[in-house]
Design a protein around this ligand. Structure first.
Ligand code: ZN
Ligand code: ZN
Length: 784
């Protein structure tokens, strides 16, 4: 025994200090469930022409079945049982109909019961239970243990306990079945209770008992109990047993205690594929992908053939560490061994190629799997496309899946909706919504949340709200989606009030709820409330703030002009401030005209991210505002020198389910003359009616460095898009435009104007947020 910390034991492995034997208190209530199954007995006894009286049923329920059987006589044939199964709509074990020996032969009964428990066909199993009772075979230890096992494995732990309690003699195998049943039903405490009961009774736990319990400790991460059981098996010299050793190994891996696992692994005399796989899996879950891969090669060098699980892990490792060579080699080998068409390994290959960004290979693999490809395989492919920024391909794959009649699950629909929100495409979101209803996933919380998110991101807040209010019991994820939706769309006070409502309804806010509400506070200037929310994160909710929360707080101070407080906040952070934390302060310096602090902050950002074009642009705009033209030129030169390029701005929109893209000054579209004519007309009208107000607004249009020329501003992509929308969308319908970079103030003013004179709602999403223009005003209150 060579563990770092020698485990000690507090279980009663000898008779010293025996605890009270324990049973489950509210157990009897569960028995009642068994009574319902008496209907089955009723049915079958009718079939075999037995007169079933109420007394028989009572006898069965009370366990006095022997008496009942004494008063019965009937003939039994496999045909009769087979027919009974048919009538009850359950599948009988193959071969039953042609059974020629004694049906009530012990071995046959045990075989039948194990078959039905393996197949998860409890109904047929119960028929045999009924027969066991009728024919008086019950009371046999082996048959009863098989019954305990069947009920325990099917999750009917109450029925299992009833059979167990009625057993005339109990042995370690019956205990093991019951303990295993408790564990698979998530009743760890009860399992441990029965183990302790064994420790003080006559029946001693054997190697299987330990192996079952140790695996249970691994599953529920019961570290203390696990280590104590390890001490036990060392003392009892069971540790050399292959099954026990492997369960210990798996347990330590699940605990993440890889050092202990490795020591144990090295000490094993007989390693097998299970022990190797346990170690590889442990390393994989610790994200030590290279080490896991190394162990995989070592395993093969030592002459062990990997199983499906090992192969799946190895493929995932290749994907995670971007080992193209290893991945191809492994794939080739699997092809040679004919193992690629199995659903597990096949899907793992798809996953690997999506991780490696090789979507063509992933598609090829799915095709090669043919009908074997399951919903999981399709999901892997669709998610892979989204992961690789190929949202349109993701949606195509989704359509193909529907076309191929592969039934989708909640994950498929969520990922397809995610693709819609990335595009973003309102029409596709609506189509998938229809599919959600058709496939009966409307009430699924996961899908509903994805719908809220998709609608919100496609600019349709009203439908997002509608979906939320149709959910009967929204969970934290759905609430988060709604808070986020309001916040992104500029309805900050609504976001804050929904947050408060959520807390009142007893939902504990999560890290991302706080992010959404802090951002809302920052946008509507609720500095005090924002500070309180931030404080309550850690104090009342034990959520440790992350970089994004800090950045939001800096934004909160900076927007409201409390620049010194923002700086002070950054300096007192428990983490090194990142560029994302500094950036909102630079924006604050810009809007509140603090050039000196702005320069200081710009330098901090450039130290961290020397190629951030937005810093040069902001600084240059700040210099230009105070007339320091030489510095403007210098910034521009610096950008050229460092080869920093600003991302070219473009906008896109959907008209009749088709997406149209516009660049600044774009003249490639067939409708170009009409679009430009309309824009000129609108601008002329704007200048005439609003000349006074625009000339008083002296702020220079920002963000478009080197383009502060009136003509160029006129043709910014979102202006072209809005005119295209006016020309092509039905009167009165809202115009939804998406832009890859922040909207400039000139375009913002123009949009307000157009929304007024055209009497249209314009929803513009830039890379920061949504602007809802309505009757000449914007939801952002002109501050963004
Ligand atoms: Zn613009
Ligand atoms: Zn706005």
């Amino acid at each position: 025994m060579s563990l770092r910390n020698s485990p000690s034991c507090s279980f009663p492995c000898s008779v010293k200090d025996p605890p009270e034997p324990r049973r489950i208190k509210n157990f009897r209530i569960e028995h009642l469930r068994f009574k319902n199954d008496v209907k089955l007995l009723d049915k079958i006894t009718q079939r075999i022409s037995l007169s079933v009286s109420d007394s028989v049923i009572t006898h069965i329920a009370t366990g006095n079945e022997i008496d009942a059987i004494k008063n019965t006589d009937f003939e039994l044939s496999s045909g009769v049982i087979y027919d009974a199964c048919q009538e009850l709509g359950v599948n009988a074990m193959p071969g039953l109909l042609y059974w020629e020996g004694n049906l009530m032969d012990k071995k046959n009964i045990v075989d039948q019961l194990s078959y039905y428990s393996r197949e998860g066909n409890l109904g047929a199993g119960k028929i045999f239970h009924a027969l066991v009772i009728k024919t008086g075979v019950c009371g046999d230890k082996i048959v009863d243990t098989a019954l305990v096992n069947m009920y325990a494995k099917s999750g009917e732990i109450g029925s299992a306990m009833m059979v167990f309690d009625g057993m005339l003699s109990i042995d370690v195998a019956s205990y093991n079945c019951l303990i295993s049943g408790f564990l698979s039903s998530g009743m760890f405490e009860e399992a441990l209770g029965f183990f302790v009961e064994m420790g003080v009774g006559e029946i001693r736990p054997n190697q299987h008992t330990y192996s079952i319990l140790i695996s249970g400790c691994g599953s529920v991460l019961a570290i203390n109990e696990g280590i104590q059981l390890h001490a036990h098996v060392v003392k009892l010299q069971y540790v050399l047993n292959g099954v026990v050793a492997n369960s210990l190994l798996t347990m330590y891996c699940k605990f993440g205690m890889m050092e202990d696992a490795q020591i144990l692994f090295q000490s094993l005399h007989e390693k097998n594929v299970v022990s190797w796989t346990a170690i590889i899996s442990g390393l994989y879950h610790k994200k030590a992908f290279e080490k896991a891969l190394l162990q995989f090669y070592l395993m093969r060098q030592n002459g062990f053939e990997p199983n499906e699980h090992t192969l799946t892990l190895a493929l995932s490792c290749c994907g995670a560490v971007k080992q193209f060579g290893d991945g191809y080699a492994l794939h080739a080998q699997l092809l040679k061994n004919g193992m690629v068409s199995g659903v597990f390994v096949g899907t793992a290959i798809i996953d690997m190629y999506t991780e490696l960004g090789q979507m063509d290979n992933a598609v090829k693999q799915l095709q090669e799997m043919g009908t074997v490809a399951s919903v999981v395989s399709w999901n892997a492919l669709i998610a892979g496309f989204v992961h690789n920024d190929k949202t349109e391909a993701a949606l195509e794959a989704f359509c193909k899946m529907v076309f191929d009649n592969v039934p989708s699950n909640e994950y498929t629909l969520s990922i397809a909706l995610k693709a819609c929100s990335y595009l973003p495409s309102l029409s596709t979101s609506r189509q998938i919504h229809c599919w959600v209803i058709k496939a009966n996933f409307e009430r699924n919380l996961h899908v509903a949340s994805s719908l809220i998110e998709a609608y919100a991101k496609c600019g349709n807040l009203a439908d997002a709200e509608k979906v939320f209010y149709q959910i009967s019991m929204p969970d934290i994820v759905s609430w988060n989606c709604l808070v986020k939706a309001y916040s992104q769309h500029g309805y900050f006070r609504k976001a804050v009030s929904v947050f408060k409502k959520m807390v009142v309804e007893g939902i504990k806010p999560s890290s991302s709820t706080f992010l959404a509400v802090l951002s809302a506070c920052s946008h509507c200037g609720l500095v005090h409330e924002g500070k309180e929310f931030f404080k309550s994160m850690l104090m009342n909710n034990s959520i440790i703030p992350e970089e994004t929360h800090y950045s939001c707080m800096v934004d909160l101070f900076s927007r409201s002009g409390q620049l010194v407080d923002a700086l002070d906040f950054i300096k007192r952070l428990p983490i090194e401030p990142t560029a994302s934390i500094w950036r909102p302060l630079l924006a604050g310096c810009k809007s509140h005209g603090d050039l000196q602090l702005g320069e200081y902050v710009a330098n901090r950002i450039l130290e961290l991210e020397p190629n951030d074009a937005s810093v040069y642009v902001t600084l240059s705009n700040m210099y230009s505002e105070v007339g320091r033209l030489a510095d403007v030129v210098k910034q521009r030169e610096l950008m050229t020198l460092k080869d920093v390029k600003k991302e070219p701005g473009y906008s896109w929109m959907e008209v009749k389910s088709k997406t149209y893209k516009f660049f600044s000054g774009d003249k490639t579209h067939p409708q170009t003359p009409e679009v430009y004519d309309l824009l000129e007309k609108l601008m002329k009208d704007f200048e005439e009616t609003n000349h006074a107000s625009t000339s008083s607004n002296t702020s220079t249009p920002h963000t478009e460095l080197g383009q502060n020329h009136d003509r160029k501003l006129l043709y910014h992509s979102e202006k072209l898009a809005v005119c295209f929308g006016l020309l092509n969308l039905p009167a009165g319908s809202p115009i939804r435009i998406f832009k890859n970079i922040r909207v400039c103030s000139d375009c913002h003013t123009t949009m307000k104007h157009i929304s007024k004179i055209s009497e249209r709602d314009i929803i513009l999403r830039d890379n920061y947020r949504f602007h809802h223009f309505k009757r000449g005003c914007c939801s952002c209150g002109d501050f963004w």
